[in-house]
Design a protein around this ligand. Structure first.
Ligand SMILES: *[C@@H]1O[C@H](CO)[C@@H](O)[C@H](O)[C@H]1NC(C)=O
Ligand SMILES: *[C@@H]1O[C@H](CO)[C@@H](O)[C@H](O)[C@H]1NC(C)=O
Ligand SMILES: *[C@@H]1O[C@H](CO)[C@@H](O)[C@H](O)[C@H]1NC(C)=O
Length: 481
């Protein structure tokens, strides 16, 4: 059978919907089981489910409020969605996968009764289990992730405990799950730090610990097969580990909404498969490392809400031919806007607002034909805006230019007097009398001149919807049996 296949078709330009990561279960790890197709699952020849495993499944089902399962004489034969079995050489069937929770309309896994569900220790009596999936199971009775899961050792490959209301720390015993490929604890209330024992997951492909309350620093991860690292919305501190550069398969890094400090490490330069890097809302300092431009596949770079406090290097993004989204709002950037940004052929969304960028908008910006959203508001820009009427019309209200020092429009750019679209920006004809001190005063009072506005909800909601809306992962399991 094919080894673990991991398909991430995430690059869809659909700002408000969820996109999907499809994680296909695998048959790649050596085991005593026969990887035979179970089409129709006829189980002729007197094949039977292992007796002890059958009892364990009854226990696990009862513990989630699914007592009905105990009426099923053979759990592998009376198979429901959410249980998968495989035969061994003697035609005895073993449970390899158990899933609970209504993940989507298309899946019909048994639903947990959240008022009384708990995770039965009988899970450890399933020696062939490869996949455990619990979604919204223990929410009314918050409970820790049981450390006995560590006893599953190298057989478990996928552990998904998503939106279950788990509390407390991540048990260090989970480090014994040395064959894990997918670990997903999204949206619980886990606290404490990420166990150092996680470094044993050398074959890990996807790590999602987002939306918890984890503290401490990110351990030195060096997982050559890791494609997804999502630690967003925790309380992580310290710097971004330089070992990330050793995770050569990374496609998505989301460390947004933590308390990370230090610089973006130069070691990210080998990550040629990376398409999303979201480091927004941390305390990272500048400059933007020159290694960014080696990230050939990068489609979205989201750094807003960090005190980078530097200039944008002239060639910072040169060669990022796939870059569609560049978000640098609210990062204390100063100095000029480099003309090189106009040479990003696929740029659709550019946010440079709430900085102290000065000088004029490079004339070559008129070549950014694919741009659908441009924010340059709340900077110190002056001079004529270089866009033609068509470009302004295309962006409409997604062109934001207000609160600059002296932007104006030049009649020769072909607007005529039809400036209705810019009327909200307070922008006048270039030959009009210059806006006087009143405008300066207005600018000086904008938030980015003083202390950082860390908690501005308008800023927060606007840009996070990109990282999450565009790229949020939903995990779907397809079993190749
Ligand atoms: C994890 O493995 C260690 C040995 O590496 C062992 O001592 C420990 O009991 C195991 N823990 C569990 C929960 O299986
Ligand atoms: C984790 O949260 C629990 C309450 O749910 C608290 O008792 C415990 O002290 C916290 N531990 C850490 C390390 O913050
Ligand atoms: C932009 O601001 C810097 C200080 O940050 C200043 O040195 C430079 O002269 C300014 N450039 C323009 C064109 O105003």
């Amino acid at each position: 059978m094919t080894p673990f296949t991991f398909i991430s078709t995430l690059i869809l330009f659909i700002p408000t919907c969820l996109s999907f990561t499809v994680i296909m279960s695998d048959s790649g790890v050596p085991s005593a089981l026969v990887d035979a197709p179970q089409t129709g699952f006829s189980m002729n020849n007197g094949a039977k489910t292992d007796h002890d495993e059958q009892q364990a499944v009854y226990d696990i089902m009862k513990a989630t409020g699914n007592e009905w399962a105990t009426d099923i004489p053979d759990v592998c034969r009376g198979r429901w969605h959410g249980i998968e079995c495989m035969p061994d050489k003697n035609n005895v069937f073993h449970v390899v996968s158990l899933s609970f929770g209504a993940l989507s309309d298309d899946t019909a896994f048994p639903i947990c009764d959240p008022t009384r569900s708990y995770m039965s220790p009988s899970i450890t009596k399933l020696p062939h289990i490869r996949t455990l999936f619990f979604y919204r199971c223990f929410t009314d009775k918050p409970q820790p992730i049981p450390s006995f899961l560590g006893q599953l050792g190298p057989s478990l490959q996928t552990l998904v405990l998503r939106e279950n209301g788990h509390v407390g720390p991540i048990p260090i015993e989970l480090g014994n799950l040395t064959s894990l490929r997918v670990l997903d604890f999204h949206k619980n209330n886990l606290n404490g730090s990420i166990p150092v024992s996680f470094s044993r997951f050398t074959g890990l492909k996807s790590l999602d610990l987002s939306s918890n309350k984890l503290t401490g620093s990110i351990p030195s991860l060096a997982f050559p097969e890791l494609t997804i690292l999502d630690l967003n919305q925790n309380h992580l501190t310290g710097s971004i580990p330089t070992t990330l550069g050793n995770c050569q398969s990374l496609m998505k890094i989301d460390l947004s909404r933590n308390r990370l400090t230090g610089q973006i490490p130069d070691s990210i330069n080998g990550l040629t498969g990376l398409f999303l890097m979201d480091l927004s809302y941390n305390s990272l300092s500048g400059p933007i490392p020159s290694s960014i431009k080696t990230l050939d596949s990068l489609q979205a770079l989201i750094l807003n809400g960090n005190p980078l406090d530097s200039t944008i290097p002239d060639t910072a993004f040169d060669g990022l031919n796939n870059l569609m989204i560049l978000i640098l709002s609210d990062t204390y950037l100063h100095g000029p806007i480099p003309e090189s940004i106009s040479r990003l052929p696929n740029l659709r969304i550019l946010h440079l607002d709430r900085n102290r960028l000065n000088g004029s908008i490079p004339t070559a910006f008129r070549n950014l034909n694919g741009l659908s959203e441009l924010r340059l508001n709340d900077n110190e820009l002056i001079g004529p805006i270089p866009f033609g009427k068509e470009m302004i019309w295309n962006m409409r209200r997604k062109l934001k230019l207000e609160n600059n020092l002296g932007l104006c429009y030049d009649g020769r750019n072909g607007f005529g007097d039809d400036m209705g679209l810019l009327s909200d920006s307070g922008i006048d004809h270039c030959d009009m009398p210059k806006p006087g001190p009143a405008k300066m005063v207005q600018h000086v009072s904008t938030p980015n001149e003083g202390e950082p506005v860390r908690d501005s909800t308008s800023v927060a909601s606007s840009s996070s919807s990109y990282s999450r809306g565009l790229f949020q992962l939903l995990t779907v399991f397809v079993f190749l049996l």
